[in-house]
Write a protein that binds this ligand. Structure first.
Ligand SMILES: CC(C)(COP(=O)(O)OP(=O)(O)OC[C@H]1O[C@@H](n2cnc3c(N)ncnc32)[C@H](O)[C@@H]1OP(=O)(O)O)[C@@H](O)C(=O)NCCC(=O)NCCS
Length: 173
């Protein structure tokens, strides 16, 4: 296993994260799919960086940034929504390790009770990813997202802290 860590995103990460976010393999799976300008990206970072209920995180392996994770506790302190993407072109396995690292952070460092995820219905990799990390599918919001051409369902996932701990202690993950 490569040496890995998860750390807070800083201003000097902005351009790297924007290049990942704007990559077609990432933005096609986001709720907003337009190419984001650096100015808009900076404004977004400024608005959320000072919010104690939002953690913007960079996942690193062997000292190299490999992905981004957003944990937002804006609805309730112990329950977070997460969003994430790996650096486009990353080797197989990075996504799973990023997920593992981010969830360990969420349940240990942040002491969260629950992490929730949402995936657009055609994002098969994200659906498989959530299930393989122990999330349960909790619902499907029909025609919840309009992409400018058609309506898409949103698949909702949830993982409780005790479910995560059980999977980790059984070494299932
Ligand atoms: C969602 C995302 C993080 C999921 O990660 P992932 O692609 O499952 O990451 P992994 O590198 O762990 O796995 C890639 C594939 O290789 C497979 N794999 C992993 N390790 C492997 C290994 N050692 N040998 C062979 N295959 C392996 C995985 O099972 C996976 O297969 P799948 O695509 O059939 O499920 C990633 O695809 C991503 O960033 N997507 C774009 C942004 C996005 O959709 N974000 C989520 C919005 S809800």
């Amino acid at each position: 296993m490569p040496e890995s860590l998860i750390r807070g995103m800083v201003e000097s990460d902005l351009e790297m994260v924007l290049s990942w976010r704007n990559h077609p393999d990432v933005r096609r799976y986001m709720y907003t799919t337009h190419e984001i300008a650096l100015k808009e990206h900076r404004a977004w970072f400024k608005s959320v960086d000072e919010n104690p209920d939002v953690d913007l995180l960079i996942y690193e392996e062997e000292g190299l940034p490999k992905g981004f994770v957003n944990l937002s506790r804006t609805r309730s302190r112990p329950v977070a929504d997460w969003g994430f993407y790996v650096a486009p072109g990353s080797e197989k396995g990075v996504g799973r390790r990023l997920g593992h690292s981010a969830l360990s952070f969420a349940f240990s460092a942040l002491s969260l009770h629950k992490v929730c995820g949402q995936a657009l219905d055609f994002n098969d990799r994200s659906v498989r990813f959530h299930l393989s990390l122990g999330f349960r599918q909790e619902g499907r919001l029909r025609d919840q997202h309009y992409d400018g051409k058609e309506y898409r369902d949103v698949v909702c996932f949830g993982l409780l802290e005790n479910e995560w701990e059980a999977l980790v202690s059984e070494s299932v993950l």
